[in-house]
Design a binder for this molecule. Structure first.
Ligand code: FES
Length: 261
């Protein structure tokens, strides 16, 4: 059982929740996730841990309302309880001082890139962040991202705020301008991560993506989260969630996500 301490709507259908989870809050590192079940019969929902407070014994999650389970989760209020929380799961992000890093988040993916940007900044990197959304009202965590970035660029597809266009165009402009970039983190919808990996590949800029595969058992046994990376089968739950974006078979990933939908 885990109690919801705080709930906040970040945009139209993106919700932020602070959950009581003292053991997870103490252990968790950037890049890891939890699996939660609302009740006994509930579906298992994998969600990145966006933040944690070891002293308060809480973790923060951000999710988009996309189906039955996330709709049910979004109906809960502060004070309500969630039946099952498992975590922290997955491998933590490799955090070092790489130099100049670009952290890119699209849509709800900004919630996933935020803890990485914060950890990379703490490790001494020069952090440039690019966050994007379809339109201004769907943009999340701008203030939080600003705090952990040396420079923040906002992009909207419809031009209602910041740069008019995709986050990939912002990155392409930076590369074209000759900016030194040592590493890129790209997290968001599959088409966005695919384009970003294609932008950096010709320049040999290491690009890490975090995959949002469907998960069932989260133990590497069921195969639901299977992805092909560098021609080898990997499981997002135990081998990921982060992989080298230049090695991921995005076509297969998109097909599998479509099939489950
Ligand atoms: Fe079953 Fe990863 S969720 S193998």
């Amino acid at each position: 059982m885990s109690r919801i301490v705080e709930k906040q709507d970040l945009s139209e259908n993106v919700v932020r929740m602070v959950l009581e989870a003292p053991a997870i809050a103490k252990k968790r590192r950037a890049g890891q996730f939890i699996i939660l079940k609302i009740d006994e019969e509930g579906e298992r929902i994998p969600l990145t841990i966006v933040d944690s407070d070891a002293d308060a014994g809480t973790i923060t999650i951000i999710f988009q309302v996309v189906g039955k389970s996330t709709t049910a989760l979004a109906m809960l209020k502060a004070g309500d309880a969630i039946s099952d929380l498992q975590g922290p799961l997955g491998n933590p992000t490799e955090i070092e001082n790489f130099g100049r890093v670009v952290c890119i988040g699209g849509g709800v993916g900004v919630g996933v890139v935020y803890p990485l940007a914060a950890a990379l900044k703490k490790a001494g990197n020069h952090v440039i962040s690019i966050i994007g959304a379809r339109t201004k009202s769907l943009l999340i965590l701008e203030e939080e991202m600003k705090k952990v970035s040396d420079r923040l660029i906002v992009a909207t597809d419809d031009g209602s705020y910041g740069f008019h266009g995709f986050v990939s165009a912002v990155l392409q402009n930076m590369i074209d301008a000759g900016e030194k970039i040592d590493r890129v983190y790209a997290i968001g919808p599959v088409p966005m991560m695919r384009v970003l990996a294609n932008v950096t590949k010709p320049h040999g800029i290491k690009t890490i993506v975090s995959l949002n595969s469907i998960m069932v058992d989260a133990t590497g046994m069921c195969g639901a989260c299977r992805v092909s990376v560098g021609g080898k089968t990997k499981f997002t739950c135990v081998d990921g969630p982060e992989f080298d974006g230049h090695e991921v078979d995005f076509d297969q990933l998109a097909n599998r996500l479509r099939m489950y939908q």
